[in-house]
Design a protein. Sequence first.
Length: 694
Amino acid sequence: MRRTNKDGDLEKDRVRHMAGNLTTNQGVGVDNTDDSLKAGKRGPTLMEDFIFREKITHFDHERIPERIVHARGSGAHGHFQVYESLSHLTKAHFLSDPELVTPVFVRFSTVAGFRGSADTVRDVRGFAVKFYTQEGNYDIVGNNMPVFFVQDAIKFPDVIHAVKPEPNNEIPQAASAHDTFWDFVANTPESMHNVMWLMSPRALPRSYRMMEGFGIHTFRFINAQGESQFVKFHWKPLLGVHSLVWDEAQKIAGKDPDFNRRDLWENIENGMPAEFELGVQLLDPKDEFKFDFDILDCSKLWPEELIPVRKIGKLTLNRNVDNFFAETEQVAFCPANVVPGIDFTNDPMLQGRLFSYLDTQISRLGGPNFHQIPINRPIVPVNNNQRDGMHRMTIDAGQTSYHPNALNNNEPHSATEGESRFEHYQVRIDGNVIRERSESFRDHFSQPAMFWNSMAAHEQVHIIDAFCFELGKCLNVNTRQTLVNMLTNVNADLAKAVGDGLGLKPEGKGRPSPNPMASPALSMDNTVKSPKTSKTAVIIENGFDKAQFDAVTTAITKAGGVFDVVSKKLGPVPSSDKGTVECRKTYATAASVLYDAVFVPSGAHVDSLKTSGDARHFVNETYKHFKTVGLGGDALGLLKTERAKGTVSESDVMAGVVTCEARGDALRFADDYVAALAKGRHFERSNAVIGVSA
Ligand code: HEM
């Protein structure tokens, strides 16, 4: 295995500030930065106080503009390794050598919210990957949804202006549930496919470790012979794709706005890396026009059932940043950062993006030299005639800074054959200059219909409820009506159900595809499920059954899950056998929404738990959100299931509720509990839960 080293490259710039005396930025020793220099102890501060001025001036300039989109994000370091050489497909060096370990930096983000907004809002998530390859930096700047709202980059400012807080009152923060967004959608049918994804559970990832990523656009692979294949990129999380439910997501936004950030950080700190496989969908250019969608249209996906995803390598994120600002905030991704062997297509969204990122970063990072910031610096030498500009870090010695030259033997020279160099793929273009969209981009509803058709029942319920919530917050009734009418083009039942929730009737019949295909890959019901994604809250108070506690917590750990002990106060909690277990979370600092499951062992503590509103709420809210509930002995009495008469069977009501007699077999209980964890959420309960939808 051969590793290239970005960590070592960053080490050159790390400063640890551990020992040594305090100095000014000029290196002058300072004995006191707690008091300013004054004329008399109670007198006025003196202008002469250069130490005060330097400290305050620096503080005054500590913020840079946040990203205009994707302002809220979290980053991590890691590496990528291809499974086998793809040199027959692409000459990209990092994809041709399975022995090579390429360093990467990844930033996950939300799109609409400001930098301090909550993680769990309903939104698209960014999934941006920078590969520090031996041929320069390569970025896949993708999202967790495989399509986009608009088909041409010139409309990007419009969709973003519409979704951002409204300009007159800057309300609402990090939310699409307001008039301008839905007004835009009502007038932009091409947005419907991405809107369907946005209304689905995909918009509420349980964790950045449990989220798919997509390069969205069609790119090209080019091999050493100059042969090209169209390619789409996918990131597939090893833990599967999992989401929150809406009620939970909203509560987490208050209880722990850093929920996704904390999850990524803590898991990496605890030695549990985030792992994804890189997949590609490949298309021979001769098949470019074979489908009923245009492969250059980024509002369409390539169904995996038609064009399979081939897994080509693995991404592992296993190191947290040393400094959020220096790394996560200053990192600059750009879809135009490509390496030899990977090229663009004429997708008009992609083409616009190739301009926008470098442009915005000049403003965000204060000048044209941000490629020299350590996190953005490639691991290979940069050698050209660019000079000067704001914050230039290198001292570019020598007389010449132009080409051609004789004074420096024409160096740096144009890369020659045999040296790594980017060669643009030669495509013949023949067309009139025209400001129009291709006819082949005009079908805006077949794929939204396919998406709807592919959803499990609980996912469809989620989508209906999401539309009702979002449009319910849109005050303009005409906009609501237009949306309900538009939905008839996707599915008549969907339109009717959303209309019902809004007190409206769909007008017009719509033109839904008569028989849209279903793509099972689109449903999260078909994802990988494992107890490894779970975090259990174990509720105990004085007198809990230690044998049962030990059996279940050991089984959780063995299965790769984690747990926290939660009680009414911190410190040791006495058990039935006169031992103790340390409690590190209380009902005040923990909440059911921050966990995937709850376990209450049997024991004398149950009587006291039954009188605790906090404990009862914890258990019942866990149940409401379709999560696993383990209740030993009398603890079953903590659960109050609700059901509409005759609509739901006992087995559905009790799905994912694991019980055990007080003296029952603790090991069997532990096995059953872990088996329930492995199923993820228990949506069979849907009808037993009143007022909370999937
Ligand atoms: C398929 C469509 C798109 C995807 C998947 C996408 C994805 C992303 C991602 C992941 C980021 C955050 C990068 C980071 O973590 O720093 C980002 C930022 C950004 N995007 Fe896009 N984007 C899309 C379309 C566009 C378009 C069409 C434009 C403009 C023409 C655009 C302009 C920007 C800008 C200005 C930023 C902020 C960059 C910065 O300040 O560093 N995006 N985008």
